[in-house]
Design a protein around this ligand. Structure first.
Ligand SMILES: Cc1cc2nc3c(=O)[nH]c(=O)nc-3n(C[C@H](O)[C@H](O)[C@H](O)COP(=O)(O)OP(=O)(O)OC[C@H]3O[C@@H](n4cnc5c(N)ncnc54)[C@H](O)[C@@H]3O)c2cc1C
Length: 523
């Protein structure tokens, strides 16, 4: 079996992984692994922009306040402070490296998104912010000789030595169709989110929560797994993927309508169409239920028809591709799983509870987003906490790690047809926008019935098989955490416990072999 040696392994080339790679690169060889093409990441699809308190009308303390407010009592205040204070210098560095943010004349152009009290969202090429940032970070890494890449190499598990330290990974080489061990002094999980655990999602196919599942199997604690954000406005038309219709559209005046063509958000929240995502998502579901007809629509037909295609070229073109001219017709929309506030429990420098294993970006949970992420804070999190994790990994540069055994894996077990679809439907129905003890318990029973197919350590013969193992595990953890949180807060809504409860103003935590516990702060 071929073995690869490096100093630092970065799993994932989204904004968090790329930023970390740059930060750690002066301390040794860095190998960045991706599961798919190098450019296939959620970061690549991020549209609306990146929030940062850089405009003349804004202040870091206001960004802090809005983030904490959106987080529904669960934000880690220290993590938020770091995000908003280290955000501006990170953005200035991006501009130095070549990111072209849109400008009005010579000045940066800031837009508004839901639950922001100021216009503070920077954007690039209208609605291609993530692509512009990852493109620039990637080009920056190309000039650094210590950084190399290996695509189509999905990590399956980490390797651990006799001291319990992480000393590398095992990756599935999709081209050679074999497992390859890779040794390293420190490993960063920057594999993004877990939207693909759910049937309806805005996330690309790579977002199957692998980093979270792998870290959990390695003994790391995960936090706030029940906190999954559902974006209210994904394109909902036959034959189209659940393409995201950015909140920035509502920031520019787009309105939600019910099937009868009536605006309805003002009846659900005084902030109307710009209420936080969880409220808008539930309002859509409630309105569909109330009127017994659907779908809901996002209406931009009253906005400047010349400006929309220029301001949102990617959205305009994509909808047009599916037969909808958004300047002339309201677009059918439905909520879809969008973002994981929970993930691998880390400190403020990306350290997990397992030595030499780090996590950053959407994979990690510092508690920065609390129970509900404020729009456009995620790219910023990737930059700020990716850089911090990279710096923390540098500390490991001097210490050599003992290698560990490469676990034996049995013969591959085939996945029954449709089992991934069934799992994703299960998560959507049982642990979706609204949960209750009943739906969650049913979900656990259904998972139990599938347990023989997803026994721990089972070998697969392709990428989808390894992803299915992770989806199964994460669905179980989301459901267990959601059952334990007997209240409603932020993105987590329990129809049997609709109110916020003071006793649950704490983070949930799951670890292998233990019941779900609650603790006061993540840092
Ligand atoms: C449609 C959409 C629009 C969004 N718009 C915005 C926005 O405007 N502003 C904002 O702040 N946030 C936005 N978000 C959220 C934001 O894009 C993500 O949270 C963020 O980009 C995550 O970055 P990341 O670096 O953590 O992970 P990602 O960008 O998802 O990168 C993950 C990387 O890990 C790799 N990977 C995954 N599993 C494995 C494995 N097993 N082995 C090896 N590699 C693996 C992938 O190949 C990929 O390279 C949006 C999300 C979506 C879905």
């Amino acid at each position: 079996m071929q073995t690869i040696e490096t100093d630092f392994l970065i799993i994932g080339a989204g904004v968090a992984g790329l930023r970390a790679a740059i930060e750690v690169s002066d301390a040794g060889r860095v190998l960045v692994l991706t599961k798919d093409r190098l450019t296939e990441s959620t970061s690549e699809y991020a549209q609306g922009g990146i929030a940062v308190a850089l405009s003349d009308e804004d202040e870091v303390s206001l960004h802090e306040q809005d983030t904490i407010q959106a987080g529904a009592g669960l934000c880690n205040p220290e993590a938020v402070k770091i995000l908003v204070e280290e955000g501006p210098p990170q953005i200035e560095k991006l501009i130095e490296w070549g990111v072209e943010f849109d400008r009005d004349g010579g000045s940066l152009s800031f837009t508004r998104e839901g639950a922001h009290s100021r216009n503070r969202v920077l954007h690039s090429h209208g609605d291609s912010t993530g692509r512009e940032i990852t493109r620039t970070l990637y080009h920056t890494t190309l000039a650094i000789k210590n950084i190399s890449y290996r695509s189509f190499s999905g990590v399956v598990d980490v390797l651990r030595n006799d001291h319990g330290e992480v000393c590398g990974v095992v990756a599935w080489d999709q081209k050679q169709r074999e497992l390859i061990p890779i040794h390293a002094r420190a490993v960063l999980m920057a594999t993004g989110g877990l939207g693909c655990v759910y049937w309806e999602t805005t996330n690309p196919n790579v977002a199957t929560g692998d980093g979270m599942a792998i870290a959990y199997r390695a003994g790391a604690a995960l936090a706030d797994m029940e906190m999954v954000q559902f974006h209210p406005t994904a394109l909902f038309t036959e034959g189209a993927p659940r393409f995201l219709l950015s909140e920035a559209l509502r920031g520019e005046g787009a309105r939600l309508l019910n099937a009868a063509g009536e605006p309805f958000m003002d009846r659900y929240d005084k902030r109307g169409d710009l209420a936080p995502r969880d409220i808008v998502s539930r309002a859509i579901v409630a309105e569909l239920r109330r009127t017994k007809s659907g779908p809901a629509y996002l209406d931009m037909t009253h906005l400047d028809a010349k400006r929309i295609p220029k301001r949102f070229p990617r959205i305009y073109e994509t909808c047009l591709h599916y037969g909808i001219d958004i300047t002339r017709k309201p677009v059918p929309v439905h909520p879809a799983a969008h973002y994981a506030m929970g993930g691998v429990h880390t400190d403020l420098d990306g350290r997990t509870t397992v030595d030499r294993l780090y996590a950053a970006g959407e994979t990690a949970c510092t508690g920065v987003h609390g129970a509900n992420r404020l729009a456009s804070n995620s790219l910023l999190e990737g930059l700020v906490y990716g850089a911090r994790a990279g710096a923390a990994m540098r500390e490991r540069a001097g210490s050599v790690v003992a290698s560990g055994p490469i676990p034996e894996r049995g013969d591959p077990v085939p996945l029954p047809a449709n089992s991934v679809f069934d799992l994703r439907r299960l998560a959507w129905r049982r642990a979706g926008i609204e949960r209750s003890a009943e739906t969650l318990a049913e979900g656990l029973d259904e998972l139990d019935r599938l347990s023989s197919l997803f026994a721990p350590g089972v070998m697969r013969s392709n990428r989808q098989g390894f992803e299915a193992n992770n989806i199964y595990l994460l669905t179980t953890l989301i459901i267990r955490s959601a059952l334990a949180r007997e209240e409603s807060r932020g993105a987590h809504y329990r129809s049997d416990f609709p109110d916020v409860k003071q006793e649950f103003c704490r983070h949930s935590r799951v670890e292998d072999g233990r019941e779900v516990e609650f603790f006061k702060t993540v840092s």
